[in-house]
Design a binder for this molecule. Sequence first.
Ligand SMILES: [Zn+2]
Length: 471
Amino acid sequence: MEYTTVIGLEIHAELLTTSKVFCSCKNEFGGEENTRVCPRCSALPGSLPLFGRGAAVLAVKAGLALNCRVNNFSAFDRKNYFYPDLPKAYQITQFNHPICEDGYLMVGGKKIRINRIHIEEDAGKLVHDEAEGVSLADYNRCGVPLIEIVTEPDIRTADEARGFVEQVALALKYAGVCDAKMEQGSLRCDVNISIMPKGSTQFGTRTEIKNLNSFRSVVRAIEYEYSRQKQLVQSGGRVIQQTLHWNDSLGVTTALRSKEEAHDYRYFPEPDIPPLFITDDEILALGKELPVLPQSRQMRYENELGLSPADAALLISEKPLADFFEAAVEVYNNPKSIAAMILVELLRRMNDAGKNVEDIKITPNDLAALCKMADEGTVSRGAAKDILKVMFEVGGNPMEIAKQNGMLMSNDTAEVEKAADEILAANPKAVAEYKEGSGKVFGFLMGQMCRALGKSANPAIIKKVLEEKLK
Ligand SMILES: [Zn+2]
């Protein structure tokens, strides 16, 4: 029997605030353990949380970037559970009244709905020291603000799931909400997955895979869990609702705990933090602070600028790169030529040098000027690449570089005609062969001409002059 996979995602994204959400400890990655803690985030008796509005601002921006409705009223709740990474023994989250609801993102032309986005605090980290047989707690991450983005079960394949996480990561980066570094854990993903017979509308029992921290592990974990559930069902077994851990090195899921013995979180309204009110004017003002988002740029690049979907996707993959491209197109309106120069020549050099577009010596103006020079035949295509190399390595204006290195193409036909006369006279055999119909020798003669005239030679003019002379 054929089965359909039903997938829903819960994405945790750490917010780029300067301080933690309920205290003034710094919100940073890494550093020495337990150096960014205070009475509030380590829950000393008598300490009270103080909500930093910066987290709400970023959560609203995330909601707008993901096409959600932002609620004027939202409120915090306590989620109670006991675990050593959580000194308070409860997590402050938004359970009944999330800040954003009813959003969506398009993935490969399909609408994936977002049920809700809520604000919550991150827990600490446990480091298990196998040699000593102890676990150590690092509370630097306690109280780091998160948003959790919860989708509807609209996703049907591993690739769709990956596409969705990629699109969310990109939108959050553009909006300045989260740096989305999965390898550092600032974006993490839980996957809910079940299978049902093809054609059925009745969802099967789902399992939840926790804390996937790379695009690749999202795909692998879904594919593994699909086969596991399918095998189980086909051999007469039954999927149990449980929480699973993905073992990336073994490529398998293992059970963490089953929902039958699951925690009762005993949610109740957080008494120490007042509800959050946001006016429509505030929402509107925050919306104006957002840049043009990646999905609309992708559409504009394809539909208005005539780029291929793949080229457009590469350009929008980093906001500074897309901004650089757009600034260059502003100066010289030939998007295809500029995209080609960036994607083929510039990106290769940037990758080799390990540089980002923000760090290079080339300005959008100069790149635009270089593309224009190449398109208009002021310099040859080959020379344009050499000029780009100089611009990349030492900087400078492309016209100046072309002049200094004698790369400007000559449009002086007298010089070309003189060279043609000399070369044809020196190669009577080739001329005779050409006249007998051998097209091959034309290339040879062109080569001789280019060598004689050097870098400044304009191939179009040489070709024209040679053809005239050979008639
Ligand atoms: Zn603190």
